[in-house]
Design a protein around this ligand. Sequence first.
Ligand code: NCD
Length: 295
Amino acid sequence: MLDFTRDDLDQLFDVADEMRKYSKGQIPLLKDKVMASLFFQPSTRTRLSIEAEMVRLGGQVIGFADPSVSKASVGETYHDIVKSVDGYSNVLAIRHGIDGHAQFAAEIAEAPVINAGDGWNEHPTQAMTDLYTISRELGRLDDLHVVILMDLFRNRVTSSLIYGFAKYADVKVSLISPSPLRKEVEDDVKAAGLDIRYARSLKDVIRDVDVIYVGRIIKERFNDPVEYESVRGSYIVNLEAIEGCKDSMIILDPLPRVDELPAEVDSSNHAKYFEEAAYGIPVRMALLALMFGAR
Ligand code: NCD
């Protein structure tokens, strides 16, 4: 997210507004382009939406959803896979379990690389989708109070999102988490002037909150099941927990969800997480169009 300025995001969101017309259709801006979609880790939304976006822009997609069908399964290096696939494609969308592997690919490949999630580090296109959702649902990205309920250290979405909020004015972020935010992220965003602090419980802040951003505690990132059990259920956003909130307050979750957000919340007017998943389409269509100078 540090590669993007506020102006870049404004431009991205303006183009995304245009792309909304084609979310279920097609605008052939990238007819002669091929995207390689390399997912070394599981995905539902990010992979399927990024592939749909390329198709809706008139482009083609190659790739794998599971590295076991590639030569990674017999020990081919990441370097060699990226180097080879670079020769077959015009853009690479990569999800990998190791921090920094998107950046590493960008250094190897001539084609541009989209980071679709690297390790515990960042997930910038999710954050762009989240920021777009907030701006279109609430009409602004300045002057907000956002509460983030997440296992901050282990969730890569958090760092990207918080870097995003730091680009706007008068944003206050309250954190509720069993783990601390990464030190370098906290230092960077504080230096950028973001008002960020830990809160004890949702109840303490709920009256004043514009956005609740909640994410699951990611079980597969714990080596020790005892440690997972000790933090499991640290927070929950149910109907009782949001009593007394503003009428306009919205709830987002990058999904998948487990027990942090029960289905009883789905019918509430505050629930916007499926809209959030759908907003990913115009946002990443816009990103792809801008990357190729087609907008
Ligand atoms: C997230 C991820 O994979 O980082 N999901 C997503 O892309 N929407 C978060 C998660 O897995 O919990």
